[in-house]
Write a protein that binds this ligand. Structure first.
Ligand code: NAD
Length: 292
């Protein structure tokens, strides 16, 4: 396929490289002028998108996605696929999809989970909103860049699935870290805590797979000084998107709101910026009841 790829950062770069390795013809553009092996450089976004079967974007936020879509959609042919893999707000995803549909272009919002490791290894999970026919056209690309793609329904539903998942993740990580810090103060050994909870009703991905306690459970960022992994800053971004969506849909999400507020404090006022999102554990462990 002839592919345009816009946004060649930590995620987009290795995703584009995997498409090249699989034999696709990839033209790329990034405002930071990053070079990715095998990807032909375009001078601007329009040139990267023109005459392509599929255009993929992997950008920081909804405002940038909307600006890039304004630039590229008029030059794309009807029947081609516009595949946005960025994590953005649901309203931007729907707006951009509508603009594409008005021109006969097939839009998909397909945010990912799996992080930089998943992008490099081609093991991402894609959560996809948009037309079923567009999903089928993009499926070979999902198979290269990822190990799983779930069609979630209409445009915007990929972003909806992503932020609902990450709202659960943020809340359960905080709960897991709080519980470890409480266990410490009660004199309960962290290994014993893990052995019980990971096989009991308090188990979760945060405890079992990504345990925030160093030296306990499978290897995780906690064993590497809380180097991300999944940065607290990105968790904050996703939690804010979940609250923006909850506002717009009039949904009651008190724990999501509390998690967003706590990660905001951690990242903006404390030492959470640039640390893994599981570094909430040392934060809680260092505090007493009055500090909270
Ligand atoms: P990044 O900042 O490394 O990459 C974004 C790239 O977009 C940068 O290289 C930047 O120069 C480029 N860019 C910005 N504006 C542009 C424009 N107008 N035209 C062309 N290029 C432009 O970020 P990332 O970690 O690769 O994340 C990309 C997206 O994936 C984000 O939406 C993020 O939330 C999501 N995501 C990231 C992770 C992760 O672990 N990093 C995991 C899942 C989802």
């Amino acid at each position: 396929m002839k592919i345009g790829f816009i946004g060649l950062g930590n995620m987009g770069g290795p995703m584009a490289a995997n498409l090249v390795r699989a034999g696709h013809d990839v033209i790329g553009f990034d405002t930071a002028q990053v070079a990715v092996e095998g990807v032909t450089d375009a001078p601007d976004a329009e040139s990267a998108a023109r005459d392509r079967d599929v255009v993929i974007t992997m950008l920081p936020n909804g405002a940038i996605l909307r600006a890039v879509a304004d630039q590229i959609l008029p030059g794309m042919a009807a029947g081609t696929v516009f595949l946005d893999c960025s994590t953005v707000d649901v309203d931007s995803a729907k707006e951009v999809a509508q603009a594409a549909e008005n021109l006969g272009i097939l839009p998909l919002d397909a945010p990912v989970s799996g992080g930089v490791g998943g992008a490099q290894g081609g093991t991402l999970t894609f959560m996809v909103g948009g037309d079923a026919a567009a999903f089928d056209k993009a499926r070979p690309l999902f198979d290269i860049m990822g190990q799983k793609a779930v069609h979630c329904g209409a445009s915007g539903n990929g972003q909806a699935a992503k932020i609902c998942n990450n709202m659960i993740l943020g809340v359960t990580m905080i709960a897991t870290c709080e519980a470890f810090a409480l266990a410490d103060k009660l004199g309960l050994d962290r290994q014993a805590m893990f052995d019980v909870v990971s096989t009991s009703s308090g188990s979760s991905w945060s405890m079992n797979t990504y345990c925030p306690a160093p030296g306990v459970g499978p290897t995780s960022p906690a064993d590497n000084g809380y180097t991300p992994g999944f940065a607290a800053d990105l968790m904050l971004k996703d939690l804010r998107l979940s609250q923006q969506a909850a506002d717009s849909a009039d949904a009651d999400t008190p724990l999501g709101a509390a998690a967003a507020a706590l990660y905001a404090t951690f990242v903006e006022d404390e030492d959470g910026a640039g640390r893994d999102f599981s570094a909430m554990l040392p934060r809680f462990a260092a505090r007493g009841r009055d500090a909270g």
